[in-house]
Design a protein around this ligand. Structure first.
Ligand code: GRG
Length: 295
């Protein structure tokens, strides 16, 4: 296995063990709620955001013990966003992470509540993480809440995205949507690692700039995969962007130009890392992983 693959596998194992211990067992009442949470959480996601917490934290010298609970919390928020995004009132999707969506399996009401629990539990576990100082816990809660919420966080981005369906929007507006909807949580994952490692404010700023690039890259490759991959490989319905008349990079620029754009953003992300005086191969490799991902 390559170093990066080993790193991802190790992060996924650590974060899954932590999630396992933080989420009530399926036998605990209300059983259906806990089964629904586990159905969506342990369905084989890439655990990319937790890996980013670990990578940024490791770059600045934090131990896995200090990073793992926050990494798990961010994965909870990400999973809640997928559960709610799939609901009939939003994307109305049947397939996620290679299996039936939460509402298809457990009903709409339970899926909404499973998402609600994942969101609140995420903040609870950061508040209760005894490996971190009170000051760091508070900063993480504040930053993650901003990234997940509004006016420039994930929920705001989702609202803008829903409003843009079927409309001709500018590239600036499209980037603004992605920056909030997808970029904010990716960005805060990298910042969280650096914050836990007590990196300097200057270093945190550089990591934020790097993360802004990889957040955008993540969305661009997501758009590319939607038109180039199959439902089977993605584990979610392929071709949804076209059928929902979504503004996407391939729709605006065509496939070849979008691929070139993705490559240039990868270089920008790695170039930004040159400003920090630490070993940055891991973070640059993560940008490369996003550029070349197949699902
Ligand atoms: C409903 C509040 C709310 C927000 C939804 C993230 C999001 C906002 C919607 C998901 C829609 C989507 C396909 C966005 C594109 C980028 C993205 C977040 C893809 C899914 O993330 P991955 O690829 O998924 O990391 P896994 O399953 O691997 O964790």
């Amino acid at each position: 296995m390559s170093n990066l693959k080993t790193f991802f596998a190790d992060c996924a194992q650590k974060v899954d063990e932590k999630l396992e211990s933080l989420v009530p067992r399926a036998e605990v009442e209300p059983k259906n709620l806990h089964k629904a949470i586990r159905w969506s959480l342990f369905a084989g996601g890439k655990r990319f955001r937790p890996a980013l917490v670990f990578a940024a934290g490791k770059t600045f010298g934090a131990s896995a013990k200090k990073l793992v609970q926050t990494a798990a919390a961010i994965e909870m928020i990400h999973t809640y966003s997928l559960v709610h995004d799939d609901l009939p009132a939003m994307d109305n999707d049947d397939l996620r992470r290679g299996r039936a969506t939460c509402h298809r399996k457990f009903g709409e009401a339970t899926a909404i509540l499973a998402g609600d629990v994942l969101q609140t539990l995420a903040f609870q576990v950061i508040a209760e993480d005894e490996n971190l100082s009170w000051e760091i816990r508070l900063r993480l809660i504040s930053e993650i809440a901003r990234a997940a919420g509004t006016p420039s966080g994930m929920v705001a981005g989702q609202q803008l995205d829903l409003e843009a369906e079927g409309k001709n929007i500018s590239i600036e507006h499209l980037e603004n949507i992605h920056h909030s909807k997808t970029g904010a949580l990716i960005s805060v994952a990298a910042r969280a690692g650096a914050i836990i490692a007590e990196a300097s404010e200057k270093e945190i700023e550089i990591i934020t700039n790097y993360a802004a690039q990889i957040g955008l890259l993540f969305q661009i490759t997501d758009d590319l995969l939607d038109v180039t991959q199959t439902t089977e490989v993605l584990g979610k319905t392929a071709g949804k962007d076209v059928s929902a008349e979504k503004a996407t990079y391939p729709a605006l620029y065509g496939l070849a130009e979008t691929e070139k754009l993705a490559e240039s953003i990868y270089f920008k992300a790695c170039f930004e890392l040159e400003k920090i005086d630490k070993e940055k191969t891991l973070l640059c490799d993560i940008a490369g992983f996003i550029l070349n991902r197949k699902k």
